[in-house]
Write a protein that binds this ligand. Sequence first.
Ligand SMILES: Nc1ncnc2c1ncn2[C@@H]1O[C@H](COP(=O)(O)OP(=O)(O)O)[C@@H](O)[C@H]1O
Ligand SMILES: [Mg+2]
Length: 235
Amino acid sequence: MILEVDALRSGYGRIPILAGVTLSVAEGEFLGVLGHNGMGKTTLMNTLMGHLPATGGTVRFKGQDVTQQPAHTRALAGLGLVPQGRQIFPDLTVQENLRMGMAGSKTEDLELLDDILGLFPRLQRLLDRRGGALSGGEQQLLALARCLCAQPKLMLLDEPTEGIQPSILEEIVDTLKALRERGLSLVLVEQNLEFIAALSGRVLIIQKGMITGELSPQELKNPETVAEFVGMTTA
Ligand SMILES: Nc1ncnc2c1ncn2[C@@H]1O[C@H](COP(=O)(O)OP(=O)(O)O)[C@@H](O)[C@H]1O
Ligand SMILES: [Mg+2]
């Protein structure tokens, strides 16, 4: 297992949000976590990355207990987060955004940049464009590419489909599949069932800060089972 999360709790001030999340991700696995707005998906991602302190439970990454480690230490160990809303630098060019992604990594090399851009043909044509001038989908591709610049082993991907046109979603699916071929592990949190089903083997359901169910690949193909589980997650 590359990631083992046990009874993880966190929240904001005195407000508890994650109420004991337990999950694990195998090496090379793409795990989906499906849940509606406000169910704790972003809180989970930020706690896994170390941006938000855990108030209970443990996070083990590559066999090491990282629960008390700061985000930059986790990043150096190979954990990467693509945050909700992309959070690229709007006033920097695409190329400069990618350089910023490399700043935290051990090496800054042009071969790596070329290698990553090989996965993002659309970005190759936009290298001198300001981040803020890109479409939502292009910004999402940039956020993915920027995360890859730090050479993560496990990527945490927070609602990549939010506000993105369907045409570019397919491109994002294909890019993520190519990354799976290269051995990347992924935790994908989403409200978009179709997108999550296109990529994930197992899909967990998150509801009010707890994992309340799991859909197998077989169940994901059965519309009735899915409707039942997804119905459960409405507030
Ligand atoms: N910075 C914050 N301070 C206080 N409460 C927050 C904060 N961020 C999120 N919350 C609350 O935590 C809960 C889970 O939010 P979030 O993790 O963003 O859910 P999701 O990503 O699934 O939409 C919500 O009730 C939300 O209002
Ligand atoms: Mg969110």
